[in-house]
Design a protein around this ligand. Structure first.
Ligand SMILES: *[C@@H]1O[C@H](CO)[C@@H](O)[C@H](O)[C@H]1NC(C)=O
Length: 214
């Protein structure tokens, strides 16, 4: 076999393996696989470190076209996905206000959610600046606030769970925001900054950083 034939055979075999790998993926749906997706240090590796790897892959992969994965660009996409999901849920909330039989308790919860989601949108816009300047400490604080705001909204439905018709959309904000926080922590750990000396920060469910022993 000459070199070209070998190369063709290799390419076919590789493409087939890629196909089988994709067909077996947990999502079960076929999608075009970016070559860098499966490489060590690729998107799959990055997403593996997040709380919701499948959501991470599915929300980032269709928007990522570069031959090399830049984690901070992947983060920018996940941040935008969180922003989009929040805006989408805002539309649902605004629609619910129009219900004819709007109960006082539902109205109160919607007011809380509308305010909290407004804060989420503000925080995300500020996070974009922090990411641009690679200020991970700031970005982490902003996304911690995003998670808190999302929780304040869902907490406001305690006792009237059956009225929480956008619980699924709300949970997706939590999951996307959690993934952003995970990627930020990963970037922060790989790029040590001149942080101010150990300040006590409130624990977060995504806080998987092992601090220095003092
Ligand atoms: C966010 O929404 C905009 C406008 O609909 C869209 O162009 C963009 O691709 C979305 N981004 C992500 C990451 O989903």
């Amino acid at each position: 076999m000459d070199f070209t034939s070998k190369l063709i055979l290799f390419t076919i075999t590789f493409a087939w393996l890629l196909f089988v790998g994709t067909a077996d993926s947990p999502t079960g749906n076929m999608h075009v696989v970016n070559r860098n997706f499966l490489k060590p240090g690729g998107l799959l590796d990055l997403c593996k470190k997040t709380t919701n790897p499948t959501l991470c892959e599915n929300s980032i992969q269709p928007h990522f076209f570069k031959p090399h994965l830049d984690p901070s660009e992947a983060l920018t996409i996940e941040v935008e996905a969180t922003l989009n999901q929040t805006e989408k849920t805002m539309v649902v909330i605004n629609g619910l206000y129009k219900k004819v039989d709007l109960s006082k308790s539902l109205k109160d919860s919607l007011d809380i959610c509308k305010e909290q989601y407004g804060s989420i949108l503000d925080a995300i816009k500020q996070t974009k600046d922090a990411i641009a300047t690679r200020n991970w400490v700031e970005a982490r604080a902003k996304f911690g606030a995003v998670i808190s705001s999302q929780q304040a909204c869902s907490d406001s439905f305690e006792g009237i769970q059956q009225e929480f018709t956008f619980a699924g959309d709300s949970k997706t904000i939590f999951d996307l925001g959690g993934n952003c926080l995970d990627i930020i922590v990963d970037l922060q750990q790989s790029e040590p900054q001149n942080d101010p000396p150990m300040t006590q920060s409130p624990p977060s469910p995504y806080d998987n950083v092992i601090g220095p022993i003092s």
